[in-house]
Design a protein around this ligand. Sequence first.
Ligand SMILES: [Zn+2]
Length: 300
Amino acid sequence: MSVNKTRRIFLQSTAVSGLAVCNWKIKDSDAQIHSSSLSSAVDNYINTRKVLLYECTRKEIRERLASGKLKAAIIPTGATEQHNEHMAMIMDTAGALLVSQYAALKLYPQVIVTTPVSIGYSPYWMERQGTLTLRKETLQAVVYDICCSIKTHGIKTILILNGHGGNVKPLLDKVPDFRSKLGINIEFCSYWDFISPDLAKSFMESGKVPGHGSEFETSLALAAFPERIHQVSYEGIDPYKWNVDKTDLDRVGFYKATFDKTEFDKTSFEESKLATAEKGERAIALAIEEVVEKLRKMIG
Ligand SMILES: [Zn+2]
């Protein structure tokens, strides 16, 4: 089997595929990927399930905590929101979970990944049908309660690893507050934070990170969960002709996106055609490398 195919099969076997778990085990030599950091994502047959808190039994978690080896948790935060005509709405959650799971595998057994927060702050997409949103306060409260739960079990280092642009401000605003209330080490970042514009331009044509359903995210999905990409054309599409109930929109804190929705969607859709699985693999490897580095520093 070719190196590229092996790598892609491993990516697709991780939990992000349908938030389910594959029992595949893989060893380094099977996933040899030249200089890519993905090659060392796993060491010697680690079951990919073992880094996901929600797939572990209480016995497994209890024993890891008692051993003192489990030192940190990642809370992946994402969204369920429209990603143009061609991508599944779970993209942002799946992206955050993918990077979280890989980073935890690289640091096994020190890091566990919590159940992802799969609905985020997306009120500005509510005119695109299908999007779900939490109010800002609800999102902040959910993430805070998860941090409290983790601290209760004795884990004092938490990285909130985000995959959705709309969550950035609501969560960044609150992290200092979470930290001082709980008295533990809590940090927040988005998985693309470490990909600078120059770096992005070195392997992507548009250079836009993360964009929205365009070259970056579509590439990532092609590499890790291609079943979430559905090829369509933009011809004759007008997705905005439906009767929006303004009262209901107000209840979720709707506000109009500042950009022109039709033009934005068309441009993003055109840019998505630049996507390749190879670009996605590069982006994923860069993100994992930096998240691992950040966690190493946090754990100390
Ligand atoms: Zn997205």
